[in-house]
Each structure stands twice: as structure tokens, then as C-alpha cells.
Design a protein around this ligand. Structure first.
Ligand SMILES: *[C@@H]1O[C@H](CO)[C@@H](O)[C@H](O)[C@H]1NC(C)=O
Ligand SMILES: *[C@@H]1O[C@H](CO)[C@@H](O)[C@H](O)[C@H]1NC(C)=O
Ligand SMILES: *[C@@H]1O[C@H](CO)[C@@H](O)[C@H](O)[C@H]1NC(C)=O
Length: 469
């Protein structure tokens, strides 16, 4: 037999401790908790298949292959945060979260999903606010609290969006915020911020933000949000601060004592999108009040907001909006570095007896979460893991908007400190005439010919077991 003997070189990428720093809040801004630098959210909303396509069998962070594909594109786009609307906390997210962390990307996560027992019914919240729901929420919070790149949790998205929901739901939203904050305080290793993502409806714009922000000293039953997300689609096409109404948004949130940002933006009523507003959002006049935002949305769905189209085989096609947005993000890079602001550390306002267009005199079962908060939910698994370098490449193809193929052979760029270990599985091969091939610092050599692989298996597994030769 004339086998070639290979030494399999596994490049294990170890996610080094201390390599991604949690983001924390001080006053109305986000900061890197270690370097102290201000942090502006430059991101996209990310839910391939849309929220309604969510079945729970998989989620955007359960498949390392699609994560690798998309993170390569996130890096090219130049973002630092993604928002995900629906997650199944029972699935394994280790690899995707590790890759995001290695790529320097943070996660904002909604705790709800469209599935039964995983969200609050906005019209009859008392029918859905129960311990099964809370267990879902806490399991998700527990699972993602292990990761330094979890930036925050949204307790709700657009739950108050019409008259009936504004009568029944505001207190329930604040109750869920409170429950999550209590849960984190008692069970999690880190104090992860909890906020709400609001539909930008003028009837509730100011009043709901003030209600969710306010505190009642002595009443630990109702806690204030840590941040506030606004879903804003009012800058369409060619606009200015005044014609878009952004000046009014600035006024409305100027006094907010916590960070505010756009949890969705990117009007598509005028096509192609120009993303003028992206540059404005990070200019000094807005950056003083807003901590950046998330463009709706990464993948193309029926509603035509996508930056990237994924075909049924999982290959990606870059759309023109991706290019436009990328150019905008590159242009703001410098203005952000120069951004400075005076830190205000005003305490949140005291709660008022009433808020315009909201009914806040609704009773909630305040003790419902108590036992779960005290006991914690069943132990979760996960956490950052070691990765083969192969994992950070993608098997899918990415086509540029001009049809050319991206070179993805380098995989994800690691921007956070990693130790790169080369593990040689030396088969201690016997016999003469072996031809050792060692390719250091290359991807794992699984592309070696199949007969060599069989050979390797023979030498390392079968021979020691005396099953061969
Ligand atoms: C997470 O952040 C903490 C605090 O900065 C740090 O001590 C820890 O090493 C970090 N872990 C990782 C895996 O980055
Ligand atoms: C913000 O505070 C100023 C000064 O206290 C006040 O005049 C203004 O009405 C406040 N704005 C909002 C939206 O509450
Ligand atoms: C999750 O996946 C990682 C990486 O493959 C693995 O190390 C870890 O053991 C898995 N966790 C569970 C509970 O299966």
C-alpha cells in the first residue's frame, strides 16, 4: 500500500478570556465597561425568514453555518450590533455567540416570540402573563446572560400600538421589565440592561417613554427601563432634520435620562433607499440624544426592507441597499470618534399619577414571578466555546451586487483577542516513506483526499485498537 500519511493540523481557535467587554450604561449613553469609550449602536435587525416564520425548531443563532455566512457580511457592512426578535432559548447558541463575540458584534435580544406562551397579548395581557410565559422569558435571559456581547434585552416590541393596547398593556410591559430586572439581579452574573422597543406613534411617543422611565421611590414593584428603543420610519428619501421631523424626535427625547436609540429605522417608501438618515443619526446634533440605531432589516423578506437576499440553497446575494448603507457607515466612522458629550446623570423622574393617552391604573399580579426569581430557572448550558477555524468559514456562496463571487476563504475576521492554537494530531505513523504534510495556520485539512482520511482513521483509531494490520 502506498498511502500518504498526513499529520492533521487542527487549528483550534480559542476565545480568549477578557476579549470582549460588556457594554454598560451611564446616564443617557452606553459605554465600553473596560475602556470607558462611548458606544454607539451601529446595527441591523436580523431575523432571517421574518418573525412570523419563526417555529422554534431553529433560530438565527442556532446554525453556525448561516451565522458564519452572515457575520462575514456584517463585518463587511461595518456594524457592531444586531437585534434578534425571536429566539428559542433551548437551542445551542454557543458557536454563533462565540463567532459574534470574536467579530466584535453585540446582541440586542427580544424576550418574546410569536409562539404560544411566549408573548403578551396586547389587548388582554392578563390572559398571557403567566408562569409559563415567565419561565420562557427567564430561560432566555439566563441563557444569554452568560455572554459578554449580550448588550440588552427588549421586554417588548410595539406592544402599545393602538387605543385598546394603550388602555390595557402599559402596566404589564412595566411589570415584565421589572420581573426581568429582578431576575437578573438575583440570578445572573452581570447586570444586563432591559428596555422596550416602541412603535413611534405620536399619541404615545412622549407619554409612554416617560411612564416606562419613571420611578416611584419605595415601590420596588415597578422598575424603570434601562434604555428605550424607538422604531422610526419617518425619514423617507431626500429630507432634512426639519422636513423629516427628526428635530421633533430630538426634542421629545432630549430629557430622557437613559439611552435612547432607533430600534428599527430605514423607510422604504422612496426607492432606492439612500440612508441619508444613517449619517444624520451619528452627527453631533443627534448623537447627543440618540445612541445610534438598527436598520430594518438584514435579510430580504416580502416587505422589501432587505440588504441581502438569501436563496433557497442558503447562498447570499448582496443587494444595492447594502452597498449604499455600507458607504454611509464608513463615512460616519470618523465623526463618531470625535463625538463627545457632557455626561448628565440626572435621576429618572418620579412617576406621575397619570400619563396622556395611557391607562396606568391597571393591576398586575405582582407576585407571580417571585418564586421563579428566587429559585432561578433550571440550569442552562452554553457559553463561549472553542472553535475550529473551519467553523468560522462558510460553505455558502456570497455574490456581490454585480454578480461577482466574494472571496470568503478567510472566514470571519477576528477582531477580539484570541489565542490561536495549532493542535497536531500526530498519528505517530509507522512505516517508511511517509510523506508528512504539515500546513500550519491553514484551515483544517479536511479537504485532504479521502483515502488519506481513511488512512488516518486506520492509524489513529483502528491500529491502537488492534482491529487492523
Ligand atoms: C467578560 O467581561 C469580563 C469583564 O470585563 C471579563 O473579566 C471577562 O474576561 C470577559 N470574558 C470574555 C470571554 O470576554
Ligand atoms: C425637557 O425639559 C425642559 C426643561 O425642563 C422642558 O422645558 C421641556 O418641556 C422638556 N421636554 C419634554 C419633552 O418633556
Ligand atoms: C453547545 O455547542 C458547543 C459547541 O459545539 C458544545 O461545546 C457544547 O457542549 C454544546 N452544549 C450542549 C449543552 O450541548
Amino acid at each position: 500500500m502506498n498511502f500518504f500519511f498526513y499529520i492533521i493540523v487542527l487549528r483550534l481557535v480559542r476565545f480568549a478570556l477578557g476579549s470582549i467587554h460588556p457594554i454598560e450604561i451611564s446616564g443617557s449613553h452606553f459605554y465600553n465597561s473596560v475602556t470607558g469609550e462611548p458606544f454607539f449602536i451601529k446595527g441591523v435587525d436580523y431575523q432571517p425568514d421574518g418573525s412570523s416564520g419563526f417555529t422554534g425548531e431553529s433560530d438565527p443563532l442556532s446554525n453556525p453555518q448561516t451565522c458564519a455566512r452572515d457575520i462575514i457580511m456584517f463585518q463587511e457592512l461595518g456594524i457592531n450590533t444586531i437585534r434578534i426578535y425571536s429566539i428559542n432559548p433551548e437551542l445551542n447558541h454557543s458557536k454563533c455567540m462565540t463567532m459574534l463575540a470574536m467579530a466584535g458584534i453585540y446582541l440586542l435580544l427580544d424576550v418574546n416570540s410569536p409562539l404560544q406562551n411566549q408573548h403578551i397579548n396586547r389587548y388582554e395581557p392578563w390572559t398571557t402573563y403567566n408562569t409559563i410565559y415567565l419561565e420562557h422569558v427567564f430561560t432566555l435571559v439566563q441563557e444569554f446572560s452568560q455572554y459578554n456581547n449580550t448588550l440588552g434585552f427588549f421586554a417588548g416590541n410595539e406592544i402599545i400600538n393602538d387605543h385598546k393596547s394603550s388602555e390595557n398593556s402599559p402596566v404589564y410591559v412595566k411589570q415584565v421589565v421589572t420581573d426581568i430586572k429582578n431576575y437578573i439581579e438575583s440570578n445572573c452574573v452581570r447586570d444586563i440592561p432591559v428596555g422596550y422597543s416602541a412603535a413611534d406613534d405620536l399619541r404615545y411617543r412622549v407619554s409612554l417613554s416617560k411612564y416606562l422611565e419613571c420611578e416611584s421611590p419605595g415601590d420596588s414593584q415597578m422598575k424603570s427601563v434601562d434604555f428605550y428603543g424607538v422604531n422610526s420610519y419617518q425619514w423617507c428619501g431626500q429630507q432634512t432634520l426639519e422636513t423629516s421631523g427628526y428635530d421633533e424626535l430630538i426634542k421629545a427625547y432630549r430629557n430622557f435620562t437613559k439611552p435612547v436609540f432607533f430600534s428599527e429605522y430605514g423607510c422604504n417608501r422612496v426607492l432606492p433607499r439612500q440612508f441619508q438618515e444613517s449619517e444624520v443619526l451619528y452627527s453631533p446634533v443627534m448623537a447627543e440624544v440618540f445612541s445610534g440605531g438598527l436598520v430594518y432589516e438584514f435579510t430580504q423578506e416580502a416587505n422589501n426592507y432587505g440588504l441581502v437576499k438569501i436563496d433557497p440553497h442558503g447562498n447570499a446575494q448582496i443587494l444595492n441597499d447594502f452597498k449604499t448603507l455600507k458607504a454611509r457607515f464608513m463615512a460616519i466612522e470618523d465623526s463618531l470618534k470625535q463625538q463627545s458629550f457632557k455626561e448628565d446623570l440626572n435621576a429618572p423622574p418620579l412617576c406621575q399619577p397619570q400619563y396622556t393617552n395611557l391607562d396606568i391604573n391597571v393591576d398586575t399580579p405582582k407576585k407571580l414571578a417571585k418564586i421563579l426569581v428566587e429559585k432561578g430557572v433550571s440550569p442552562t448550558t452554553g457559553g463561549y466555546c472553542d472553535m475550529d477555524s473551519k467553523d468560522t468559514e462558510t460553505k455558502y456562496k456570497i455574490y456581490d451586487s454585480d454578480g461577482s463571487l466574494w472571496d470568503t476563504s478567510k472566514g470571519i475576521r477576528f477582531i477580539n483577542g484570541l489565542t490561536d492554537e495549532t493542535v497536531q494530531n500526530d498519528p505517530k505513523s509507522k512505516g517508511k516513506g511517509e510523506d508528512k504534510v504539515v500546513r500550519k495556520n491553514s484551515a483544517i485539512m479536511l479537504s485532504i483526499p479521502i483515502n488519506s482520511l481513511i488512512c488516518w482513521i486506520t492509524v489513529t483509531i483502528l491500529i491502537p485498537l488492534n482491529l487492523f494490520c
